[in-house]
Design a protein around this ligand. Structure first.
Ligand code: SF4
Length: 378
């Protein structure tokens, strides 16, 4: 493989609205990021959609990530390959502020990107905020004209069409779902706490620090699973209720308990969280399903309310239960117990011939809330 001169041509930094708001309130971690960028790429120009204080950069005032990337690609220099089939020009892309940016790992992947003449280089196992992506002009120019596109998902779906370098580094921290790109308040607190523990922190230090002090990253419950209602008259063959004592059946959580829970989340854990109405019972059977859902959905910190349901009982009943929830459609999602769409298998699993009725209920929900908010559990 022919090696070209260093053609990493510029640095692109894109921030979404949440990241901008976080930085407007507290910019203290940006210095760590820009000092490292300056060290790795002292001569590269920086382009960003956020004006960082005291940092020399060119502002591209753009809210849409795809449009931002396309604008960046137009600023790239010409190829020097003298080969019309080879465009070696690429740039470093950061979708956030990375105070824990790893200098050695960034250099390593950048070098691989050049050596293998990749079109897109990234890591699958490093948490966001440790290294940038390296993206070629060829890749950006191949993106469809769709401003709602998630370019990384597009790459994954079309991975065989591109030369991709996937970087793997031990330790694999994926199970901790960490984020160091200041994408949320939790990410900011975690990143700041790690820097306070060790100023010149390197990637390999993180796991030890987290093991020694798990409170660093377990700062708040981010997922609350609530059994809204205990009880269900279905007889699914796989139901764990058949192995349980059912003496507490037909009981539901009181609204006052939900009020207390919400208020204590607001006071003790003022971070984004998800609620799931799950457990062993049908949430729609709770007499105050609509009221309780609304209490959560109105909360600013609620990211998503997930309802695990067998869509039971009849459609009219469900319609009434969700009549007040349409305005919250982006935050509400349903996971529906539907293990098959074959009539005979359905009857075997659920001991009922109601598949067509169930499909009608799903269509009804999809019409109101959109297909992307409906999932099936199989
Ligand atoms: S719908 Fe859920 S709770 Fe009811 S019987 Fe089936 S698996 Fe059990």
């Amino acid at each position: 493989m022919k090696k070209f001169n260093h053609k990493n041509s510029l640095i692109g930094i894109f921030l979404n609205q949440t990241q901008k708001e976080i930085l407007l309130n507290n910019n203290s971690l940006s210095k760590f990021f820009f000092d490292k960028i300056q060290f790795i790429y002292p001569i590269l120009k920086i382009y960003s959609n956020f004006k960082f204080k005291d940092i020399e950069l060119t502002l591209i005032d753009e809210k849409n990530e795809i449009v931002f990337l396309k604008k960046i690609s137009e600023l790239l220099p010409n190829s020097i390959s003298n080969d019309k089939d080879i465009d070696e020009v690429y740039f470093s892309y950061f979708n956030g502020v990375y105070p824990l940016l790893s200098i050695p790992l960034t250099k390593e992947l950048d070098e691989r990107h050049q050596n293998f003449l990749s079109q897109y280089s990234y890591s699958e196992n490093l948490p966001s905020g440790i290294i940038p992506k390296f993206i070629s002009r060829e890749f950006i120019q191949s993106l469809p004209n769709d401003e709602n596109l998630n370019f990384h998902d597009y790459l994954i779906k079309n991975i065989n069409h591109f030369d991709v370098e996937i970087f793997f580094k031990e330790p694999d921290l994926r199970q901790y779902r960490l984020d160091f790109s200041l994408a949320s308040h939790e990410s900011f607190i975690l990143t700041e706490s790690l820097i306070q523990k060790k100023y010149n922190l390197e990637y390999e230090d993180i796991l030890n620090l987290l093991k020694k002090d798990p409170n660093l990253f377990r700062i708040s419950p981010f997922y609350l699973e609530i059994e809204l209602y205990r009880g269900c008259e279905n007889t699914c063959t796989f139901c764990p209720r058949q192995f349980q004592k059912l003496e507490n059946d037909f009981s539901g959580i009181e609204i006052s308990t939900i009020d207390k829970l919400v208020s204590s989340m607001n006071t003790d854990f003022p971070f984004k969280y998800t609620v799931c109405f799950g457990g062993l019972g049908e949430p729609f059977l709770h007499k105050n399903f609509n009221k309780i859902s609304e209490i959560f959905l109105k909360e600013e910190n609620l990211k998503e309310l997930i309802v695990e349901t067998s869509l039971y009982p009849e459609l009219e009943f469900i319609k009434e239960k969700i009549s007040n929830l349409e305005t919250f459609k982006n935050k509400l999602c349903f996971i529906i117990n539907l293990s098959t769409i074959t009539e005979s298998s359905y009857k075997k699993i659920y001991s009922k011939s109601i598949l067509s009725e169930q499909l009608k209920k799903i269509d009804f929900l999809a019409e109101i809330f959109g297909k992307s908010q409906i999932h099936v559990q199989m």
